[in-house]
Design a protein around this ligand. Structure first.
Ligand SMILES: [Mg+2]
Length: 235
């Protein structure tokens, strides 16, 4: 019996091979190539762009990218407390002021309906008020994100461990705290929110991490966050 020929999955050739060049260019060539320097650099840049484009297909079919947004120091303005016990005082979380530009930017992204937005906030597990007040704050300032998309995680648990269904490489965390960002970046994409108080050492930026400045207009922040969500390179 003759079996039907198996359909071979055709792999797209890397851009450099299509140009008649080896698929990988030795590092030394990219440093001191004499006649072709500019041409090769252009090709390398173009191939990088193509790789970024192809990465957009890394999503699980039928799913959207997910953006996880922190609250304290990110959606909410940074609030100093004199002593640790202040965190347990009724009204501490509900009275936090919003970072208006970012809150509005999240509303813009929500309306675009291309990215699923979650709140991912650490909350004191032994506090009677924390989760209740954080929900009150969201009901007031960001009711677009419903209760099903609000995740409150105990402070001793890593944020990525609380993601529903497990973290995906395309998941994005927007957070002001470098520890969370470093942990998240081992699994997915992390973006530091600069709130005017943090980021003074610049360690995250020196590592090449994504940053978003909170002093920009809402539409600019929305655009920057969306660009990172859509164009980031997982490699
Ligand atoms: Mg925070």
């Amino acid at each position: 019996m003759r079996l039907p020929p198996q359909r071979r999955q055709l792999k797209p050739k890397p851009f450099l091979m299509l140009c008649g060049l080896p698929s990988k260019i030795p590092r030394t060539m990219t440093k001191n190539i004499s006649p072709q320097t500019y041409r090769l650099r252009g090709i390398l840049k173009m191939e990088k762009r193509i790789m970024i484009k192809t990465n957009q297909n890394n999503l699980i079919p039928g799913t959207k990218r997910r953006l996880f947004v922190d609250m304290d120091g990110t959606l909410c303005q940074w609030k100093d407390c004199e002593k640790y016990e202040d965190l347990y005082e009724p009204g501490f979380f509900s009275s936090m002021l919003p970072n208006t530009a970012l809150v509005d930017a999240i509303k813009i992204i929500f309306l675009q309906n291309e990215i699923v937005i979650y709140i991912l906030s650490a909350a004191l597990a032994d506090s009677d008020c924390a989760v209740k007040e954080k929900n009150m704050w969201l009901d007031l300032h960001l009711p677009e994100v419903d209760h099903d998309h609000r995740i409150f995680v105990s402070t001793d648990i890593k944020k990525y461990a609380a993601v529903p269904g497990g973290i995906r490489p395309t998941d994005i965390l927007l957070d002001d705290y470098s520890k969370n960002l470093h942990e998240w970046s081992e699994k997915a994409v992390a973006v530091k929110f600069l709130n005017g108080v943090n980021g003074t050492n610049g360690t995250w930026e020196r590592c090449g991490g994504f940053v978003v400045h909170g002093n920009k207009a809402a539409d600019k922040i929305a655009q920057e966050v969306t660009n990172i969500c859509v164009l980031h390179n997982n490699e």
